[in-house]
Design a protein around this ligand. Structure first.
Ligand code: VGL
Length: 328
């Protein structure tokens, strides 16, 4: 499945959801416990925890160093290897959401303020992950899309009633934001930003295509599971998901909240996301701020804290057949 678009739809069993939820609450209990024990704030404990998680998952350090960090983490937080398996998700990093003119000289469909600034931090964070734990999503529309303002002949950014037909023939009407045309499949605006460093082996999921709008990378706006992302994360035992991309107030936000509801520990990388419009979707921001929703906001640069890393902990690309670290 690597490097291919996937559109298959399957459902999660309540058992897997319960298992993840319980491993998640184990992580939380440990953080609370450790913050009391070490008299640090929960935020500090979370940051140290995430720094260790990244190092243990990273492709950039020696197995020996990773073992040392895992032991620190296992001792401090009482976590097993499965519980610290991390994945990196980049939501909709597409040309149409970027601020600059597109590579073909045309204007982006739905430019997101500050979007260009996030590409560098995303690339630097991504360097730590093997391709198999990196997922990207692509907003994938057709012209005449159900939530395009042009389809309804209204001004973009007006809220409109949209009627969806369910499989059994019933209809559901929902209020939806109407958008300028964007991310139409086959156009340059739908393509991934050219400055993203990709190998082609990352997992890519299409969302928002067909007769349903989808902001979340897991469920569409009717709550139907619309990608295989959830099943893939689950199958790979990924329990902690670092979320980045565009836009924080829509697709990133809804994805982060859905992942948290599904029992994952979700870390939203503040400096790796940008808003369609600051304050445009206060409901989502309020949910992030609520500790019950379990979405932790942190800066990627704080997590990638490189202090206390010995030169011998690092794996360098082989130059002249040598490397700084040892392999055991
Ligand atoms: C998005 C608005 C409309 C997003 C997609 O990717 O956040 N926002 N469609």
């Amino acid at each position: 499945m690597s490097g291919t678009n996937t559109t298959s739809t399957t459902s999660t069993t309540s058992t897997t959801r319960a298992t993840r939820a319980s491993s998640y609450s184990n992580i939380l209990n440990c953080i609370k416990w450790s913050s009391e024990k070490y008299r640090t704030s929960i935020e500090f404990s979370m940051q140290r925890l995430m720094t260790l998680v990244i190092r243990i998952n990273s492709t950039k350090y020696t197995p020996k160093a990773k073992k040392k960090w895992f032991e620190e983490l296992a001792q401090k937080y009482d976590l097993g290897p499965k519980e610290v398996k991390g994945g990196f998700l980049v939501v909709d990093p597409q040309n149409d959401f970027c601020e600059a003119d597109l590579p073909n000289g045309s204007k982006p469909g739905l430019p997101v303020c500050g979007s260009t600034k996030i590409v560098g931090p995303i690339n630097r964070f991504k360097e730590h992950f093997p391709d198999s734990s990196v997922s990207l999503t692509k907003d994938s529309h057709v012209s005449g899309e159900i939530t395009f303002a042009s389809t309804h002949e209204v001004d973009p950014f007006t809220v409109i009633p949209v009627t969806y037909t369910l499989e059994n023939g019933d209809t559901v009407t929902k209020l939806e934001m109407s958008w300028p045309n964007h991310c139409i499949e086959g156009t340059v605006g739908c393509e991934l930003h050219p400055d993203l460093v990709l190998t082609g082996n990352e997992r890519i999921y299409r969302k928002g295509y067909g007769t349903r709008e989808a902001y979340s990378a897991i469920f569409n706006t009717l709550g139907e599971q619309s990608t295989a992302l959830l099943d893939d994360l689950n199958r790979d035992d990924i329990r902690i998901v670092f979320v980045s991309g565009l836009a924080r107030d829509y697709c990133v936000g809804n994805t982060a909240l859905d992942l948290a509801r599904e029992g994952f520990l979700v870390v939203l990388l503040e400096d790796c996301t940008a808003f369609v419009a600051e304050g445009s979707n206060d409901a989502i921001n309020t949910k992030f701020e609520n500790p019950e929703t379990r979405v932790y906001s942190m800066k990627s640069t704080d997590i990638l804290n490189e202090s206390y890393i010995e030169p011998t902990d690092r794996l360098y690309p082989k130059i002249g057949g040598g490397r700084a670290g040892s392999d055991n």
